[in-house]
Design a protein around this ligand. Sequence first.
Ligand SMILES: Cc1ncc(COP(=O)(O)O)c(C=O)c1O
Length: 459
Amino acid sequence: MKRSEIIKIDRENIWHPFTQMKDYENSEHVVITRGKGVKLFDIDNNYYYDTVSSWWTNVFGHGNKHISHNIRSQLNSLEHVIFAGITHPYAAKLVDLMNRFLPSELSKYFFSDNGSTSVEVALKMAFQYWQNLGKTSKTKFIFFENSYHGDTIGAVSVGGIDLYHKLYKPLMFNSHQVKSPICRQCIFRKNRFTLNGDTGCNCECIDEVERLIEDRSEEIAAVIIEPMIQCAAGMNIYNGIFLKKLRDLCTQNDIILIFDEVATGFGRTGKMFAFEHVGIIPDILCLSKGITGGFLPLALTVTTKTIYDAFYDDYFSYKTFFHGHSYTANPIACSAAVGCLENFIKKPIEKYKSGMEKLKDAAIMMSEFDFVSDVRNIGFIAAFDIINPYSGKPFPAKERVGLKIYHESLKNNLILRPLGDTIYWMLPVNIRKIDIEQIYNKTVKSIKNVIEGYSWLRS
Ligand SMILES: Cc1ncc(COP(=O)(O)O)c(C=O)c1O
């Protein structure tokens, strides 16, 4: 198909996700036809750096040879099979490899096919666990302001971003929202966030959730949190001490702790899983996105034998977990995930230090600009906010500076996807230093070009 035909059909018939389609009245979607490493190529063969790892899914760059080899050979034997009453070697192989990366406490794997469903599974599992045990009052969830766990109604019910979630309130089940540990905007103003992520504080911000848990433990089924970093919130990195305290509170008050590592899993934060930064273990772990290296949709909700055992009974006890999806444990997706894990076995995440260090250097350099504030970095993620260099304050939202930077980035062979006015890079673990340099230079150029358009603000 020609570019013009694709654009015509796209314009007439396609409704893109998280997109105000009117924004494309006078511009067009980029038509991407292939990818290699950290670069994507459009139909006219222009390249773009994929600085957002294609919605945080891509782990080893586009077209990773080992993963695509696994998929190819899987295609020769089985494309799909029902996963109730039947199992297959590809699911078993995947779980066997996962066991090498997860602590032995997390040993029971429930398959689904995207991040939101992995969260739905976790919420229903936590709820039913208490029902199966006869503790029927434990029905509520605690979640954090600015959190994002997906777009299905259960996930939205524990979502804390007003822009995405508020409208759907009448559809949601009641949950308790508490303040997030946003170190860069510390409400105690005790410590400013540092680029190391170490604020040196003792997480006084745990107070609110502590009080809620202690007052209402009888009604709380579970707490759900994105460990170490709230990604969709604008890459809010926070102090891991918060998680340690939360783990203790949940254990002491008989509450399930759910870690949503849909975005952070598979090396993104510099560890295989973000919870490894603090050496604690959740009761339920949600995984997706990077699990297949960014090739195919797949998700896992991993839990403990204790939770699993509460569902294990004679059929007529009606303790079965009645949940499943048509494409549960799709063999081709499993083969991609096996490829991804084999890559990590061949070269563990600790061996990708040089990319992480280079990214940190780029983040430090970024912090020198007067149009940048609150630079933050963890592993292969770096983020900063764009501010008005003349006033030192954020731009008014109506300026849509982030969107302008996105459009400008495309002219500079770069795909940035700002979250509001937060610019971030989320990069594959095997990115080369030279590519990070290019991404840095092109990002600076794109932002400067937009900021120059505001030079009238100087006067
Ligand atoms: C932490 C977290 N949880 C869940 C999801 C939802 O995943 P999906 O878009 O695959 O449904 C996302 C997506 O960005 C996420 O960042």
